[in-house]
Design a protein around this ligand. Structure first.
Ligand code: S3P
Length: 430
C-alpha cells in the first residue's frame, strides 16, 4: 500500500462494529436460549473467526442482510468439535472461548496462526485450571487441548495482569459453576463482558472503589436471547480522529461510535492536547454508551511533555501505535510507560512502532515497557505491518504526515479489524 502526503481530511466515516463487543455478542448469544439478531456485527476478520468457531461447536448462525442471527444452545449445549478450532489471529476468540469450553463436558483443541501461537495463554490457563478444567499447552502457548468439566468450581481471582480478556474468560467460565465467582481488578479494563452479560439477563454485581473493581457473577444465571446492535469501534475511529486532529482545516464526523468510559481515553487525550473534538448526540444502545464524534483540526500548542503511564494505559492499549505517530506532531513529543503488554499483542508492538518510526526518520527511544517519541519531521520510506493490523493502519496515518511516499508492506492485515480501511481512508483524504 502506498500512501502520499495529505493536506487535510474531511468527511463522514461509517466504521465497522466494535470488535470487542461483537465477539462478546456472538459468544453470549450462543450461550443464551433462543435467537439473537445482532445488527452491525463487526466485519473484522477476527469476529468472523469467532462465528466460524461457534459453528464448529454446533451453534446455528445465519446472516440476514448486515445482521447476524445466532440460535443459542444454552450454557452447556455446545457440541464436541470434529477438528481443532482455528482462532486465526484472534487472541480474544481464543481466550474467551477457553472460558466457555472449560465448562463443557468434552475435550476440545484450539490453535491459531503463527502470531497467535506465540501469545501467552498461561494467564488464562491458570484460573481455568483452578476452576477444574485441564488444559494442555505448548509451554503456556497454543495449541491448547481443554478437557472441560461441569460444573466448574467458583473462584476469587485477583488480576495480576491488566487484561479484559482474562477477566472475560473467567466470567464466562463462571456461568458454569455452582457458586459465585469474583474477579478483582486493581486497574479497571474494558467492561463489555459485564455489560453484555447484563443485556442477556445475568445479574452482575460490580463494586467500584478507588483502588479496585470487584465483579461477581453467579453460576445459576440463565441467559435469555435478546436482539442487539453493535456501536462503531472507537479503536478504529482513533485513526481518523488523530488524522483529523493533526491537519489544520480537517473536519471528520464518526457516527454511532461506542463511547464506553473504559475506551474513551483517546478522546480525553485529544481534549488535553487542545484538539477540537466533541461527542454529540450521546445515547445508549444495548447497555453501551454511543455518540457521534466530530474532530476538527488541528492541535493546540502543548508546553508540557505528555507522559502516558499507570492506569490510563488499559484504556488506551489498542490506540498506542497511532498515539506514537501522534507523538511525532507534538511540540514536546510523547512518552508511554507501563505498557509492557504491547510486547505480547499481535506482534511486539513496541519493537514494531520503534522500528517503523525510525524508518520514517522519527526520533524515538525504546524502553522495555514503552517508548518516547520526539517531535519529528517525517520522511516517507518503506515500513512494515509486521502482520499487525493496528501497526499497518497507524503507519498509513504516518504516511499522510510524511514528506514523499510511504510504502506499507503487508498492509492487507488491516482486515483483521477493519476491512475496507484503505478505501475509506482514500475517500476522506484531501
Ligand atoms: C480486548 C482486550 C485487550 C485488547 C484487545 C481486545 C478484548 O486485550 O488489546 O484488542 O476484547 O477484551 P487485553 O485484555 O489482553 O489487554
Amino acid at each position: 500500500m502506498k500512501i502520499n502526503p495529505a493536506n487535510s481530511v474531511h468527511g463522514i466515516v461509517d466504521l465497522p462494529g466494535d470488535k470487542s463487543i461483537s465477539h462478546r455478542a456472538a459468544l453470549l448469544a450462543a450461550m443464551a436460549v433462543g435467537d439473537t439478531r445482532i445488527e452491525n456485527f463487526s466485519t473484522a476478520a477476527d469476529c468472523q473467526t469467532t462465528i466460524k468457531c461457534l459453528k464448529e461447536l454446533g451453534v446455528d448462525i445465519s446472516h440476514d442482510g448486515s445482521a447476524v442471527v445466532v440460535t443459542g444452545v444454552g450454557k452447556t449445549g455446545f457440541r464436541r468439535p470434529e477438528r481443532t478450532l482455528d482462532c486465526g489471529n484472534s487472541g480474544t476468540t481464543m481466550r474467551l472461548l477457553m472460558g466457555i469450553l472449560a465448562g463443557q463436558d468434552f475435550e476440545s483443541s484450539l490453535s491459531g496462526d503463527e502470531s497467535l501461537q506465540k501469545r501467552p495463554m498461561q494467564r488464562v490457563i491458570d484460573p481455568l485450571e483452578k476452576m477444574g478444567a485441564r488444559i494442555n499447552s505448548n509451554n503456556g502457548k497454543p495449541p491448547l487441548t481443554i478437557t472441560g468439566t461441569n460444573p466448574l468450581q467458583s473462584i476469587e481471582h485477583v488480576q495480576q495482569i491488566v487484561s479484559a480478556q482474562i477477566k472475560s474468560s473467567i466470567l464466562l467460565a463462571a456461568l458454569n459453576t455452582e457458586g459465585v465467582t469474583v474477579v478483582i481488578e486493581p486497574i479497571a479494563t474494558r467492561d463489555h463482558t459485564e455489560r453484555m452479560l447484563e443485556w442477556f439477563g445475568v445479574e452482575v454485581q460490580i463494586e467500584r472503589n478507588e483502588d479496585r473493581t470487584r465483579i461477581a457473577v453467579s453460576g445459576d444465571s440463565r441467559l435469555t436471547a435478546r436482539d442487539l446492535k453493535i456501536p462503531a469501534d472507537i479503536s478504529s475511529a482513533a485513526f481518523f480522529m488523530i488524522a483529523a486532529a493533526c491537519f489544520n482545516g480537517s473536519d471528520v464526523t464518526l457516527p454511532n461510535v461506542g463511547v464506553n468510559p473504559t475506551r474513551t481515553a483517546i478522546f480525553d487525550l485529544l481534549v488535553s492536547l487542545g484538539a477540537n473534538v466533541e461527542i454529540l448526540d450521546a445515547d445508549e444502545i444495548c447497555n453501551e454508551p454511543v455518540g457521534k464524534i466530530r474532530v476538527r483540526g488541528g492541535l493546540g500548542s502543548c508546553d508540557n511533555k505528555v507522559i502516558l503511564d499507570g492506569p490510563v494505559i488499559a484504556g488506551l492499549i489498542d490506540e498506542l501505535p497511532i498515539i506514537a505517530v501522534l507523538g511525532t506532531q507534538l511540540d514536546q513529543g510523547i512518552e508511554v510507560r507501563d505498557a509492557g503488554e504491547l510486547r505480547v499483542k499481535e506482534t511486539d508492538r513496541i519493537a514494531a512502532i520503534v522500528e517503523n518510526l525510525k524508518r520514517i526518520g522519527a526520533d524515538v527511544t525504546e524502553f522495555e515497557d514503552g517508548f518516547k517519541v520526539e517531535r519529528s519531521w517525517l520522511k516517507g520510506s518503506v515500513v512494515d505491518s509486521f502482520g499487525d493490523h493496528r501497526i499497518a493502519m497507524a503507519f498509513a496515518v504516518a504516511g499522510l504526515l510524511a514528506e514523499g511516499e510511504t510504502e506499507i508492506t503487508g498492509a492487507e492485515c488491516a482486515d483483521i479489524s477493519f476491512p475496507g480501511f484503505y478505501e475509506t481512508f482514500g475517500y476522506i483524504v484531501k
